[in-house]
Design a protein around this ligand. Structure first.
Ligand code: TXA
Ligand code: MG
Length: 316
């Protein structure tokens, strides 16, 4: 890890690191973000690994401008009005992924939606522009710790997991962006933040109010979100597989006899497995088998997050 004043040379170096699949912490107007190339599943997996999250939460994808956001998610009229009013700025919009969206499914925790925003910070915008890719970035703190508003906080919290920390001074807003779900009949705040409800309502009309038991509000308010679950029943820690089963394999010693098989990581690498998880769950879900059988995954590091997701799919 190295902490650098965010001058032009450091930004160029950080952009090259992002393109090479490495992690870079960078300032935004809200808090520091821990960035990865959103199109690179293994880089996104490394973000979850660095944060020590025991489960995959969907990440915000940062873009240089609205046009770049329109390339990956499908905007509605109100979403366009909000982007025009508040971007660049501390507002995150949750919108449906476009067909062929190149962002890794892991960045969105397998959901059909993606959270996108254009940050209002010259260093963030220069970095995203120079990298030339969407940048997936959660707040740059270890899971459970407070969000960092200075480069030194990032260094203390994440240290060696980050290839480079761009120091752009203290974050002006200091709280995270407002996360707004734009997929329902009315916009709904999933996380309060830098843009107030009143300012949003002035542009996009009345918000859905979950405290009033409003049916237009998301069922799990607050931090959110339904995660991808298979329609096909799933069992874990399989030590055999039937011909009617779709096998989610891991490692070299693949079980025989399944009707269909996909291997999360033939080499037994957890980052690769995490990067493949949601795409392979979807593909096996569509394989027409009566059950998905998942081979054991080591319950350590990213394996804990993979097992958490498989366990939810097994029980829901
Ligand atoms: O200000 C911020 O938003 C900072 C800076 C770095 O941009 N980022 C940040 O990211 O706070 P993170 O990962 O710590 O929080 C992202 C929030 C979470 O509450 C997550 O559940 C929600 O956004 N979120 C992300 N994608 C979502 C989706 N597809 N649907 C619903 N909620 C989503
Ligand atoms: Mg956070």
């Amino acid at each position: 890890m190295s902490l650098h004043r965010a001058d032009a040379a450091a930004v160029a170096e950080a952009a090259a690191l992002l393109r090479a699949g490495r992690l870079v912490a960078f300032p935004t107007e809200t808090v520091y973000g821990l960035g990865a190339d959103a199109k690179n599943g293994e880089a996104v997996a490394a973000v979850f690994e660095a944060k020590g999250r025991p489960s995959f939460n969907p990440l915000i994808v940062h873009l240089a401008d609205t046009a770049a956001a329109e390339e990956i998610v499908a905007f509605t009229g109100p979403a366009r009005a909000l982007a025009a009013a508040f971007w660049p700025g501390p507002l995150t919009l949750v919108l449906p992924r476009r067909a062929g969206c190149p962002v890794s499914l892991l960045a969105g925790a397998g959901l059909e939606t993606l959270a996108v925003r254009v940050p209002d910070h010259p260093v963030a915008l220069a970095l995203i522009g120079a990298a030339g890719c969407p940048v997936a970035a959660p707040s740059a703190n270890a899971s459970g710790a407070v969000s960092p508003t200075e480069a030194a906080h990032v260094e203390a919290s994440l240290g060696d997991a980050v290839a480079m920390i761009l120091d752009g001074g203290r974050c002006a807003v200091g709280v995270e962006s407002t996360v707004l779900d734009m997929t329902g009949p009315r916009p709904a705040i999933l996380r309060p933040g830098g843009i107030t409800a009143e300012r949003i309502e002035a542009v996009a009309g009345t918000l859905a109010d979950h405290r009033a038991g409003d049916g237009a509000a998301p069922s799990s308010p607050g931090m959110l979100a339904r995660h991808y679950a298979t329609r096909t029943p799933l069992r874990m820690n399989a030590t055999s597989a039937g011909t009617d089963e779709a096998l989610l394999a891991f490692g070299r010693d693949v079980l025989r006899g399944a009707g269909a098989t996909l291997n999360l990581s033939p080499a037994g690498e957890l980052r690769e497995a995490a990067a493949n998880l949601f795409a392979m769950m979807r593909a096996l879900d569509d394989a027409g088998c009566t059950r998905i059988a998942a081979m054991p995954i080591p319950d350590e590091g990213l394996g804990r997050a993979i097992n958490d997701r498989l366990r939810r799919a097994a029980h829901d």
